[in-house]
Design a protein around this ligand. Structure first.
Ligand SMILES: [Zn+2]
Length: 387
């Protein structure tokens, strides 16, 4: 494998704008996943790799590329084609500085996609026991349409690696994410008429204060070994129109990061418990369920084999937990063992100077390649207790 090739492929992918259409503040010409999909189909054809296109929605494709025996145990590496929008300089021109490659999507998630594609390209030249698939998804950054469309209806692999920046560490656990918009109502009057009217901001303030107390209490719960505790954050508050009016509505938005085992119901119960002693009345006007947490057993042979390969290179082979969510919830909820693993640092994602370490781009590709050829793979390699 060759870093020049990997770098060139990343340059081409970064040059195709693919900002998620959910980000309406992005310039319209930067939006779309369609062209990346078309590029990947051409790339597959040029490399003699079998590729299929699926429509998660209109002009929202997913591309599934594969090599190896159709009937073999299937390992799927999933990376997303869409990016967020940030006001970075020359977002679509890959630039090299020191040992880093800068560009929009360089680390999230086009770099990890390139690593997966480079491994696939090499594996396609040899005979392997594994059916090795690369899935390029749409809509990871917003509605998760792509992964939901694909798994399990179009593909049900035996194991999944979500290729996202983990600095080449094995991630077996991450938190889930739920959001709530909570509204208080008041009675609007001219501010000179206080104490008449009812101030919706004062009611919201009482809720915010209770949520702050509950947030501190959550941090004292017994921690999950890799993930710490549940956390919550009040991230937005909106209310009132002008200083001389008693406000009649106020809305706050709450983001809850959950541990494995929490359900939408148990998370809602946390919120109502947090607000139980408040006198202010409120309504939960919106509840968004982004993704549940991940908690894969590190005892699966798939994980053990990857650990061996990382150890042999002197890399950190311990299972890790991360606070961010990924597409992993979908295969995981279908009972498919899933981990997160990829090149680059998540701290550089969604940043104004998004970048990926050049060395890791190739290193991740080589590690995936070696994992695929490390043994004569069996379906039992993806089960917690092999029979
Ligand atoms: Zn990502």
């Amino acid at each position: 494998m060759d870093i020049k090739y990997a770098q060139e492929l990343l340059r081409e992918l970064v040059a195709i704008p693919s900002v998620n259409p959910g980000f309406t503040h992005a310039p319209s010409e930067t939006i779309g996943e369609e062209q990346i999909g078309a590029f990947l189909q051409c790339w597959a054809r040029d490399n003699g790799i079998f590729a299929q296109r699926f429509e998660a929605a209109k002009v929202r494709p997913c591309i599934l590329l594969e090599t190896g025996p159709k009937e073999g145990p299937a390992l799927l590496v999933s990376a997303h084609m869409d990016t967020v929008w940030t006001e970075m300089n020359a977002p679509f021109t890959l630039q090299e500085r020191d040992n880093d490659l800068y560009g929009l999507g360089a680390v999230d998630d086009k770099g990890p996609l390139v690593s997966a594609l480079c491994a696939l390209r090499e594996l396609n030249r040899i005979n392997i026991s594994l059916r090795f698939l690369v899935l390029a998804t749409c809509d990871e950054e917003f509605g998760l349409l792509g992964i939901r469309h694909m798994i399990p209806d179009h593909i049900r692999p035996d194991g999944v690696i979500i290729a996202e920046p983990t600095n080449l560490k094995i991630v077996t656990a991450h938190k889930g994410c739920n959001r709530f918009a909570i509204q208080t109502k008041g009675q609007r009057v001219h501010s000179s008429l206080v104490p008449a009217g009812e101030n919706a901001i004062y009611k919201a303030a009482e809720l915010v204060s209770a949520l702050k107390t509950y947030s501190a209490a959550l941090l004292r719960d017994p921690p999950h070994p890799l993930l710490g505790t549940n956390t919550l954050n009040v991230g937005v508050i909106q209310g009132g129109t002008q200083p001389n009016v008693v406000p009649d509505a106020c809305t706050l938005t709450l983001d809850f990061r959950s541990l494995p085992g929490e359900t939408p119901e148990s998370i809602r119960a946390h919120v109502t418990k947090a607000l139980a002693n408040c006198e202010a009345d409120y309504d939960i006007i919106e509840e968004a369920y982004e993704a549940p947490a991940l908690d894969t057993s590190p005892d699966i042979p798939m994980v053990k084999h990857l650990q061996k390969i990382l150890s042999a290179d002197g890399l950190d082979a311990e299972p890790h937990g991360v606070p961010f969510t990924t597409e992993s919830f979908r295969p995981a909820e279908c009972g498919i063992p899933t981990i997160v693993f990829g090149p680059g640092d998540i701290a550089a994602a969604h940043a104004i100077d998004e970048k990926i370490a050049k060395d890791q781009l190739l290193q991740a590709a080589e590690l995936l390649f070696r994992l695929a050829v490390s043994r004569n793979w069996q379906r039992s390699d993806f089960m917690t207790s092999p029979n």
